[in-house]
Every structure is written in C-alpha cells, then in structure tokens.
Design a protein around this ligand. Sequence first.
Ligand code: 9MR
Length: 569
Amino acid sequence: MRNVFLSIVCFLSSVAYAQIQVRYNQVGCYPNQEKVIVVEGANPEGKVRVTTPKGKVLTPSVMREAVSPWSGKTRYLINLEDLTATGRYHVNVEGQECDLLVAKRPYQDMAKASLRLFYLIRSGIAIEQGGVYNRPLGHPDTHVLVHPSAATEKRPAGTVISSPYGWYDAGDYNKYVVNSAFSIGLMFAAYEQQRDYFNKLKTDIPESGNKTPDFLDEMMFNLKWLLTMQDPDDGGVYHKLTTPNFEGFVMPADCQQPRYVVAKSVTATLDFAGVMADAARLFAPYRKDYPGFVKQATEAAERAYQWAKDHPNAFYRQEQLKDPAVSTGTYGDGNARDEFFWASSALFRLTRKPSYQADARQYQPQRFSTPSWGNVSALGTFEWLADEEQRMTADGLLLMTQLLVYCEEAVKGADTSCFQSPFGNSSRNFGWGCLAENCCCQAFVLLCADQLSGTTKYQRYALQNADYLLGRNATGYCYVTGFGDKSPMHPHHRISEADNVEAPFPGMLVGGPNPGQQDKRDMKTAVYPSNHPDESYIDNMESYASNEIAINWNASLVAFLCTLDALKM
Ligand code: 9MR
C-alpha cells in the first residue's frame, strides 16, 4: 500500500515537474544585459536555484506574473540582472535545468554564421569551403529563357540569356530581384552604421584573400547576378529568374526544369536602382578588386530609375503569365511609392543631382515603417539619416522625428508583456516571416535610432527581442539553426533536406509563428501544434509558412546580430 501511495506521489509530482518549462535566451547575454527567465507551468517562488560559475547558490524571487492574452497561460518572470560576472550559470527550477551564458561577445559566433550562410546558399558555383555542406555546382543559369511576358523586339520570347550567380532566395531555388535588392539594401544600412566592425568580419569565403572586406565580397556575389537582370536595351529589370513551378526537394545539381526571366516590374527595377546606387558608393574604395564596377553600377542604377519613371504602373501580375504559366513566389506589390523613395534617395546621395532630391521629397513617407521587402521606405530614411548633410535638412529632421516616434511606439508595453520584449505582444506581430520582419528588423531599427541619436536608450529593448528570438518565447525554440539547446532541425529548405547531412546549415533564421497557417492544406503529415498566434509554429520541412528560411530574413538577422555584436557593453 505504501508503495502504491509513493508511486502515485511520484507520478503526480512528475506531472507537475513536466509542466514546468523554463524559457530563456539559450545563446548568451552581455554582462550588463538585463537577464530575465520565464517559468511556465507553476509558480516557482522559492524554487528557483541558480548556481554561479563560482559555485554559489542563489534563490531569486519572482519579479512578476504575466498571463498570455491568447493561451491564457500564466507565466512567471524572474530577473537575474545581478549576474554580471562572465561564465555559465546553472538554473534549476523543480528539476528543470538549463545553463545561462554570460559572455563578453555572446553574439559573435551567431552573427558570423548569419552572414556566412549567404556563402552556403550561393547559386551557380560548387561549394568547396562549406565543410560537410560542400556540394557540386547547380543552376549555372547560363541558359536562361526570356519568358513571353518579358519579350521585346530585341529579345523575343525564347531568347537565351546568361544570368549566373546570386543567392537562392529561400527554401526554393529561384532568384527574385525585389527580395535580393532589399536584402542587400538592409545589410548595407547596417554596414554603414558599423563599418569598422563589418570590415573586420571574416567569413572564410573564396574571396577572403582579396583586399575587399568579406562582407562586401559576399554582397558582390549577388550584385553580379542582379546586373544581369537588367535588360541592356531599355534599362528595365526583370522581376525574377524562375522555374515555372517550385522544384522538388532535390539538390541543385539534380534540378532539371527550364529557368526563365519574366516580366519587368516597376518595384524590381526601383529596388535594383536603390541597391546599385548604394553599391556604387560603397564599393568606391575597392576598385582594384572590382575594376569598372562603380561606373557600371552607377549607370545601371540611373537607367533603371529612368525606366521606372517611364513605367510607373508596371506592377508584377503573375496571373497574367502564360506559356508557361508560373506558380512560384510573387513578391507582388501594388504600391511603388516606397521604392521610389528609396531609389531616389540613394541616387541623390550618390550623384547629388537635384532631380533625385526633388523626387525623394515627393515620395517621402508619412511615418517610419519597419523595413520589409514590401515596404522599403525605411531604407530611404536611412539614406537621409546616414548622410551628414542631408540629415540636417528640414526633411532629414522630420525623418528622424518619425523614426523616434516609431521607437517610442515599439517599446510601449514591453515591461508588462509576457516575455518582457517589444516584439510578441500583439497578434499582428505574428505572421509569415515575422521573426525577421517584426522581431529582428524592429530591434535593428531601435539600435539604429540609438546610434543616430548618440544614446543607448533603446538598446535594452533590442536585446529583449534577442532574448525572445533565442528562446524566451512561447514555443521555447531558439529560432536560429545551429544555436541554442532547441533549434529548428527541419526547416523548409531544399538543400538542408536533400544533402544527407543531419543538421541544417547553421545560422539560418526561420520565418516563425504564423497564425495564417497558409501551408496547412498542403501539409501531408505535419500538424500545427496550436492556433495561438505565438505558438503557431512547427519544425517540419512541410511548413513553408512557419519554418522556411529566406535571404531577406537572414539579412535582418545579419543587420541585427552584427549591430548587437558591435555594441560594447
Ligand atoms: O516573405 C514572403 C512573405 O512576406 C509572403 O507573405 C509570402 C507569400 O506570398 O511569400 C514570402 O516569400 C516567399 C517567396 O514568395 C518565395 N520564396 C520563399 C519566400 C519565403 O517564404
């Protein structure tokens, strides 16, 4: 009888223990970073034990409780702010254990991996410096067909063009101008604020031996491809280079579908103009490694901009494409005001021609918006604010005010939220690609605001988003592959799935919780574990709406993590 009683007690307590979950930043914190861990399942007051690197045992108290507006779960926040000495802290809550790392450069390896990822997803070359991820060449793209939607007199349908290199967009193998240009533009914005940091970053790529920083070399690999996407006859830029339908989950070298360049679009052409103008400016000191590039990029940008002015309504309409029809990603956008703003601002900065400044004024946004492929106005704002002269104009000051208004709005409520972070408190925060577009980009913007105004006011909030991203969240995932104790193993990424290496490429950010669940009907075996906005995530390769990877998302990770890693705290 006694044994039965004991087993019941053991069983009940194990159920109670099993419910307890500790949610924490699994990668690491700066010594002076706020350190909050979140406990779910039961009130852990008096039951949290923290062993310091020197073996001292602490019993911190619960700082506050928070109830999820969606799941109704009560969570308990514990503040470990006082742990400022570097080392590993062992946390034990009723048998649930984890280690918190406090280090001088906690984000260094991850920042590097997030940038090096772009090497691993290069298209049109054999990967030979990828260790276990080496692979033979695929998608040479030297035989790309002009789709009927892109046909001109000089390049009729079926014309063969060469359009090699560039990065694969995402889990799929296509190359999309809108997203490519935005990705580089976002990373350039980060580069401009932390040039010394980026110039020293080494990512062990084929170009590492030259005089150009690895960061810029990596951007050049995609810029080279982008240049081939401009029609030399009229300056317009093809919207994308694509197969008619998505390929299966096979390696690049095994792909057989024909590849096309399709219709030119005003948004692709303007994004191209913006990024080429930036590239022309930023590559000026590296002419020896890239002779002729500055002139070529300047001309390409100016011609593209003119084409866009002549075709302001040339929006991409995939449904109109036939022979063949195309079903791959659209990056469709029916408003080009933000693209006009970025491109004209970048071109003014490069050329100082008054007509570009006049256009930039005309397209100036009403408010600051988080940068995303669909709204690039923030990249235009950064052009103004990073330019000493432009920044002090009335327009520059207005743009700065808009940025600060955005920041104030973003951080409201963080201190009473479920996970103590600006990101993750509204259901609107979650959606396709939210970890990049909302979490990382928001944090990056907060850090930029600090940098531009010479304060450290928002750094704390940006770090809170890092905590969220790296494990202090509703699913307990560290959403960057290869880092943390529990990170995605099955992203919707063709190479990672087909390469026979168990671990996916390291340093990839997945899209994250997405209550839209647009992939639900296509899933054969996977089932979302929850419909709550912040738990609507599944680590399954079938889930393209919550578990894919993409260059714009990794670009936001690079922008955020590199800026964080450059902080001294
Ligand atoms: O990132 C894009 C997201 O904002 C859109 O909601 C979604 C659906 O149109 O498409 C995402 O982009 C995908 C692209 O179209 C094709 N390659 C994979 C991209 C990431 O899922």
